[in-house]
Ligand binder design. Structure first.
Ligand SMILES: [Zn+2]
Length: 117
């Protein structure tokens, strides 16, 4: 279960950003996760709870935004929704396709009590 490691990394990043921006209490963390990133959102959520338990981030909510997969054909540059990792271009049937979206994992933004005023 690598979600716990990822959750801990998210907590770290959150702490770093909060410190840099002088935020005292983070209420929500927004993360983008590609559907091909190999992460189970439910597991990540419960892992984040575990990772932040008894820390100052304990009450912070993790909002997961799933990013759909997009592939691009290297031959004709057509973009399309791939069927998993096995991709064939629907335009020219080329196998030379690249996943351009859907593998991301990034912390997008933090919501803090300070910023609600
Ligand atoms: Zn193509």
């Amino acid at each position: 279960m690598h979600e716990l490691g990822i959750a801990m990394r998210i907590a770290e990043i959150t702490a770093e950003v909060a410190k840099r921006e002088g935020v005292r209490k983070v209420t929500e963390v927004n993360v983008d996760i590609g559907v091909l990133a190999g992460i189970v959102p439910d597991l990540l959520e419960s892992s984040f709870e575990m990772a932040t338990k008894d820390t100052w981030l304990e009450k912070t909510r993790l909002n997961i935004h799933l990013i759909p997969a997009t592939a691009m054909c290297l031959m004709c540059k057509k973009q399309f929704a791939p069927d998993g990792f096995l991709t064939v271009c629907p335009g020219c049937n080329a196998f030379e396709c690249e996943i351009v979206r859907g593998k991301e994992l990034s912390v997008k933004s933090l919501l803090s009590e300070d910023s609600r005023e």
